[in-house]
Ligand binder design. Sequence first.
Ligand code: RB5
Length: 149
Amino acid sequence: MSLVSKTIAIGSDHGGYEMKEFIRKKLVAAGWDVKDFGTDSTQRVDYPDIIHPIASAVNGGVYEKAIILCGSGNGAQMTANKYPHVRAALCWNQEQASLSREHNDANVLSLPGRFIAFDVAWEMVLLFLNTDFEGGRHQLRVDKISKTI
Ligand code: RB5
């Protein structure tokens, strides 16, 4: 029995809050189940406090995919990638979002809430959710990611 749900997890710090809310509402309107991990306002919060619970849940198989945001997308991505079964991709445009799935089998999309347009972010989310991993030579490379030397 698979633990994986078809619910999309989402969360941000204050730097990604407005874009997170925009994406969350678009996902709900498009029929997705969404688990919102916060934050709930533009009040300052530390991005690891929001991102660790999301990444831990993806790592444990509770969610298949998540969308995380902070101002730059960097801190959110760095936090998420501490977890062995998380492959978080920081993406700035649609092609990167597609490639993160096709080549890297990304299961977390990290967005820079202060640096990209909302409509571009939404297109990236759709590509992230609807693009398949190509496997093959890319699977061999993904398998090597965890093999530190
Ligand atoms: C918050 O000011 C900002 O540092 C944060 O949102 C993020 O960009 C960190 O990587």
